[in-house]
Write a protein that binds this ligand. Structure first.
Ligand SMILES: [Zn+2]
Length: 535
């Protein structure tokens, strides 16, 4: 009999970590970064100590105490003795793989801590995004998903304290690509995977496997990978065949996005499997309607048309659909969309797998904004992007002197560029993302409002605070299409697939499923942290 144990994603949005066991074989369904719990203890200047390796995340219960699954090099001496008495402590002698649903860190981040020999099963797009994010950012030791730097135990010169010190070596994880599209990967794509866009020689090569996952030598389970639509490209749901029947894991999904046909096909194919269990996300279970990307386009275009001065569009840069929406608006309004180098890096990466992603060099309406730097040698990846896109680089002065010609893709964290740009009074800040979810984000929103006041910006679609509640004003709604299906759609998905058992995850209100499916013949089981469910 198969057994599911939940170590994250319970009564919280994200941090999914699910263990599936059957007859000595084990799979992990996602292994995400637990933002909510992490923020209870940590902030920008108070972080888990990388020199202490696994100790901090284990003691603070950010990671489950499962001996045998984590990297040996992150283990301080006598680590596990401290956890033997913990109720959740277990020893696992093997993990056959992680089934990764998509590249959002709340699903992928803590893969960083797993033993390097554990393969990660994902779509090619998800694998490439994890690499692009790491290549173009500074992933901390707890977010090194695609590759990591092993540590050695050493004593800093003149210190008595030994610590885990990061080496210059880089090890790439083994990703197993679950798509037929793999056979058509170009040489450029393969080269990116081994060398990035700048390295002269390949790093450790990563293996690719054929799409026939059920004949996969690395995994005893028969697996099915179902591409679905979400607010990041490459998302998928998974099916695992067990002795108890098929277990389906939804990852994050929606039915109102540009690729709804993917989610619909998943529902159809999952239904045909007559699954024993469906582990279904429930982020928006309390929302009854969706905003579509087309509505975002129409509403944003209406807000922007006729506006003078500078335009800033604030949205998640990994939401490529949204980026393309604003690229279209830039064309419609005769402006140029200016993206940051890391967004350009991601676009260049995704183009290796999808020819419909615009090529920056040939797209007249796309330019790259060069940030002010204090370093004489910016990172190599960034220099390569600038070199390659010569003639497409704009500086603060260029934007400042022709403000009505640009839409800047900035988020709150890029606003420190504004003193160089000096936006004209009455410039427009279009907010196209979600409302604040916690106190920290609320504080950032207060700061954002101060920035806008200081530079006399008009805001559109920005949540405002009234009596402690943050909400977008009624006449400015409809500027964000969520990555998650609304309650009506989620219940419809469950009723159509009709598993014998439904287990809600990734939700602050999993109990809503119990009531909403009470007449469906589906048994809803609410998971609890560390508790096993036999299916
Ligand atoms: Zn997600």
């Amino acid at each position: 009999m198969a057994r599911l144990t939940f170590y994250g994603g319970i009564n919280e949005i994200g941090g999914n970590k699910i263990l599936l066991e059957e007859e000595g074989h084990n799979l992990l369904l996602d292994f995400g970064f637990p933002y909510k719990r992490h923020k209870q203890f940590y902030e920008e200047y108070l972080k888990p100590r990388s020199g202490a390796g696994l100790l901090d995340p284990l003691i603070m219960r950010l990671l489950p105490p499962l001996e045998g699954i984590y990297r040996d090099d992150l283990m301080p001496p006598e680590l596990w003795q401290q956890f033997w008495e913990e109720p959740l402590y277990r020893e696992l002698d093997r993990i056959d793989g992680v089934l990764l649903s998509h590249a959002h860190l709340d699903h992928s981040g803590y893969i960083s801590f797993l033993k390097e020999e554990i393969p990660v099963f994902s779509t090619a797009t998800t694998a490439f995004i994890t690499k692009a994010m790491q290549d173009s950012g500074r992933a901390g030791f707890d977010q090194q998903v695609c590759y990591f730097s092993p540590t050695t135990q050493d004593c800093p010169t003149g210190w008595k304290q030994t610590a885990l010190i990061s080496t210059n070596v880089r090890k790439q994880r083994q990703f197993c690509i679950a798509e037929p599209a793999l056979q058509t990967l170009s040489d450029d794509a393969l080269q990116f995977w081994t060398q990035g866009f700048w390295e002269k020689t390949p790093r450790q090569r990563t293996e690719f496997y054929p799409c026939q996952l059920d004949s996969h030598e690395k995994c005893v389970f028969s697996l099915r990978c179902f591409p679905v639509d979400h607010s990041i490209p490459g998302a998928c749901a998974w099916g695992i065949e067990t002795g108890s029947g098929w277990i389906i894991y939804s990852g994050d999904l929606r039915l109102h996005g540009k690729r709804s046909e993917l989610t619909n096909r998943f529902i159809e194919e999952a239904t045909d499997l007559h699954p024993r269990a469906l582990v279904l996300e429930g982020t928006n279970i309390r929302r009854e309607t969706n905003v579509t990307e087309q509505e975002v386009y129409e509403n944003a275009l209406r807000a922007i048309t006729g506006s003078a001065g500078l335009l800033i569009a604030d949205f998640s840069p990994r939401d490529i659909d949204r980026l393309l929406t604003f690229l279209q608006i830039a064309k419609d309004t005769g402006r140029k969309l200016a993206v940051l180098p890391r967004d350009a890096y991601l676009l260049k990466t995704l183009r290796l797998l999808d020819a419909e992603i615009p090529e920056i060099k040939r797209e007249d309406s796309l330019v790259i904004y060069q940030e002010t730097t204090a370093s004489k040698s910016p990172p190599v990846w960034m220099r390569r992007i600038y070199e390659e896109c010569e003639g497409k680089i704009v500086l603060a002065d260029d934007v400042s002197s022709a403000q009505e010609q640009f839409i800047l893709c900035f988020s709150f964290f890029d606003l420190n560029e504004l003193p160089s740009i000096r936006p004209a009074p009455g410039s427009l800040y279009v907010y196209s993302s979600s409302e604040p979810h916690d106190e920290e984000q609320e504080i950032d929103f207060r700061r954002l409002h101060e920035w806008l006041k200081h530079f006399s910006f008009k805001g559109f679609g920005l949540p405002v605070e009234t009596n402690g509640q943050w909400e977008v004003p009624e006449n400015e709604k409809g500027l964000h299409a969520s990555g998650h299906a609304c309650g009506t759609d989620l219940v419809q998905i469950a009723r159509t697939i009709k598993p014998q058992v439904l287990i809600p995850v990734h939700s602050e209100h999993p109990e809503d499923y119990t009531e909403r499916l009470s007449d469906s013949g589906i048994e809803v089981i609410l998971p609890a942290i560390g508790k096993s469910i036999e299916v």
